[in-house]
Design a protein around this ligand. Structure first.
Ligand SMILES: [Zn+2]
Ligand SMILES: [Zn+2]
Length: 356
């Protein structure tokens, strides 16, 4: 058995947008926890947001290690753990919740009522995360990986889990449907691919960047629409004979996107909101109500959809590999985030390798 070092290298948040590589004590797993040796941890816009301005319940500066999208191997077991063994290859989900509030008790743990309190845990948000050589996970947030899924791809699995949670929330059944995805960010690109894998009649991907739209065209979108060149509403209405789309996945977070989504939706159609508008947006409730349209939201990768994500990836029906465009060692984490945020070299998802 490999010995666990007393200290480890970790990226610690020392102040707003101030990540520093430090040597810190290696954490020890509690009874229901495992210690994971992190192979890959992906940069996410949530990291960018919480490094700028702390989230509710975030550990204080100097104590907090971000990173919630990671994969690796089990390095040590808590005393009651017989679900895993040392050396197992695993992926994780960020949210554990509190396991005791009304929402958590019925499986809605990403909407935990104790979010941000001491009872609650979301790795990389309200507890330490994966931008470190080792990290602690409750076993309820750990999933075994088939050997043929590599760690870089597996580190993106919470994104797929989030999209699957969204699709499950809107009914899960898109075979034969016209599905529009607005915003070719990681969640949008994955949504287009999932819609196609689930049998959508036609998948449309709307965006502003040709490079991102090209990635989408290679991974599931039947028709990409660059808003600088074409009018998306006109195209969707024409393609659906004036009826509108069955499902619109809003993944851009743009202020006018929810209204665009409503306009391109057929009566009884659904909107899945994955993008986060950071200010109040205008919504035409008359159109929603009179045409029986509905808007659904999801927070995180709920209802154990990471398990479904592992299965889908394992079967080869969905791939996340095309979205892992760059990787950096932990020492270069600042460069990794710069590449991610500025989309340098066509970056989609950027992973950090803490043990390389
Ligand atoms: Zn994330
Ligand atoms: Zn809870």
């Amino acid at each position: 058995m490999t010995t666990i070092p007393e200290t480890m290298k970790a990226a610690v948040l020392m102040g707003s947008n101030q990540l520093e590589i430090k040597e810190v004590p290696t954490p020890k797993p509690g009874p229901m926890e495992v210690l994971l040796k992190v192979a890959s941890c992906a940069c996410c816009s949530t990291d960018v947001a919480l490094m700028d301005k702390p989230f509710l319940g975030q550990p204080p500066y100097g104590d907090f290690i971000p990173g919630h999208e990671y994969a690796g191997t089990v390095a040590a077991l808590g005393e009651t753990v017989d679900e895993f063994k040392v050396g197992d290859r695993v992926a994780v989900e960020a949210h554990l919740g509190c396991m005791r509030c009304k929402n958590c008790r019925v499986g809605n743990y990403t909407a935990c009522l104790n979010y941000g309190t001491e009872k609650h845990r979301a790795n990389g948000m309200t507890a330490n995360g994966g931008f470190a050589q080792y990290v602690i996970n409750n076993i309820n947030t750990v999933y075994s990986l088939p050997d043929h899924i590599d760690f870089d791809e597996a580190s993106l699995i919470t994104n797929l889990g989030c999209v699957l949670y969204g699709f499950q929330t809107v009914g899960g059944y898109v075979a034969g449907d016209h599905v529009v995805v607005i915003g070719p960010g990681p969640l949008g690109l994955i949504s287009a691919q999932v819609a196609k894998a689930f049998g959508a009649e036609k998948v449309y991907l709307i965006g502003t960047r040709a490079s991102r739209l090209n990635v989408g065209a290679e991974t599931g979108a039947d028709r990409v629409i660059n808003v600088h060149e074409e009018d998306p509403l006109e195209i969707i209405l024409k393609e659906t004979k004036g009826i509108g789309a069955d499902l619109v996945v809003e993944s851009s977070g743009a202020k006018d996107a929810p209204m665009t989504a409503i306009k391109m939706l057929k009566p009884m159609g659904k909107i899945l909101l994955l993008g986060i508008p950071h200010e109040p947006v205008l919504v035409d409730f008359e159109d929603l109500l009179m045409k029986n349209k509905s808007i659904h939201t999801v927070r995180g990768e709920g209802w154990a959809n990471v398990a479904r994500a592992v299965s889908l990836l394992g079967s080869g029906k969905v791939t996340l590999k095309p979205y892992v465009t760059h990787s950096f060692p932990l020492d270069d984490i600042s460069k990794a985030f710069k590449t991610f945020v500025e989309r340098i070299g066509g970056a989609v998802k950027v992973v950090v390798k803490p043990n390389k």
